[in-house]
Design a protein around this ligand. Structure first.
Ligand SMILES: [Zn+2]
Length: 318
């Protein structure tokens, strides 16, 4: 009874399988078309009337469960020939219908399991889109949605990640610098997902992350050598230099300005809501505009003539 050492447990299935004839040369991931747990799906296959089984089951939580032992041919792919050569793996969907997504945890476990199988049987995983590759899928042999659009779209990535660490291809390994740049460009996901994928591909997560932080730090520091005042930027916005709508917001943010503060100034500058000097002078007397240099700054920024208003204030108080 052979299983990968990666399994979290097993439900040995002997009632729905046959002895293999020949060597194991392929891997065939399927989707469950549902979100059963790994163990639950294995037990269902063993105990139900359905004439179906698989060598492994992967849950949305990433659990890997053994079913039909590897030395037996499971009944999974509607093809005696394929299943005879393949280790078959049922993967849980994280949601039902649509493109039949699977969780990142399930995908990460699939990577690990495929890598382990490839190493033990000397398989080089290849995705050709048809049954000639060593990575095959159910819809090559029957009219079925399996393995679902999402999982199938991940096959090229799966092949890349599984092969990335095989001893036969050490040359293709990229430098920490290159990988860090890919991380910044979003190619390796985020958080735990990123960590798992980097590890599965044979990279040192901490080294890569340190490089990412260094690169991001370098970028941020010299971004704005001479930052202009909000007032100057607001005037530039009015002059059309910063574009419009979301584009403007993005550009302001990217350059280190607060889009809301700038917009408030723009509105102020363009506003027909400008009050009369008389009204502002009354507000000054009521204390709404502060004192001294602060008052002068605020009045000037709001587009008022400080001296004219101060003259009115003096007259009123005089
Ligand atoms: Zn299938």
């Amino acid at each position: 009874m052979t299983y990968s050492t990666l399994i979290n447990g097993s439900t040995p299935i002997y009632n729905k399988c046959n002895a293999r004839e020949g060597a194991i040369k392929k891997i065939t991931p399927h989707h469950m078309a549902g979100n059963m747990g790994a163990a639950a799906c294995a037990k269902y296959h063993r105990d139900s009337d359905r004439q179906a089984s698989a060598n492994y089951y992967i849950g949305s939580d990433g659990a890997i469960w053994g079913g039909v032992p590897e030395e037996y041919r499971a009944w999974t792919s509607s093809s005696w020939d394929n299943d005879n050569q393949a280790i078959t793996i049922e993967v849980a969907n994280s949601a039902t219908g649509g493109n039949w997504p699977i969780s990142d945890a399930a995908f990460n476990s699939l990577i690990r399991l495929c890598k382990d199988i490839c190493e033990r049987y000397g398989i080089k995983l290849t995705w050709t889109g048809n049954a000639s590759g060593t990575l095959t899928c159910h819809d090559m042999f029957a009219a079925t949605n399996c393995p679902g659009l999402y999982l199938k779209s991940k096959f090229p990535e799966l092949v890349q990640l599984v092969n990335g660490t095989t001893a036969s291809q050490p040359v293709s390994k990229k430098s920490v610098d290159e990988i860090a740049k890919e991380v910044i460009n979003g190619k390796w996901g985020n958080g735990g997902d990123r960590k798992n994928r980097l590890a599965a591909a044979g990279y040192d997560y901490n080294a890569v992350q340190a490089k990412v932080n260094a690169l991001i730090g370098q970028k941020a520091a010299p971004a704005t050598p001479a930052k202009k005042s909000n007032d100057v930027i607001a005037q530039e916005v009015i002059n059309g230099k910063w574009g419009y709508g979301q584009d403007r917001i993005n550009r302001l943010k990217a350059t280190g300005y607060d889009p809301n503060a700038i917009q408030a100034l723009v509105n102020q500058k363009l506003g027909g809501s400008k009050k009369s000097n008389e009204t502002i002078a009354n507000e000054v007397i009521q204390g709404k505009w502060g004192n001294g240099a602060d008052r002068k700054n605020r009045l000037t920024k709001a587009g008022y003539d400080y001296n004219a208003i101060q003259a009115i204030v003096n007259r009123k108080l005089g």
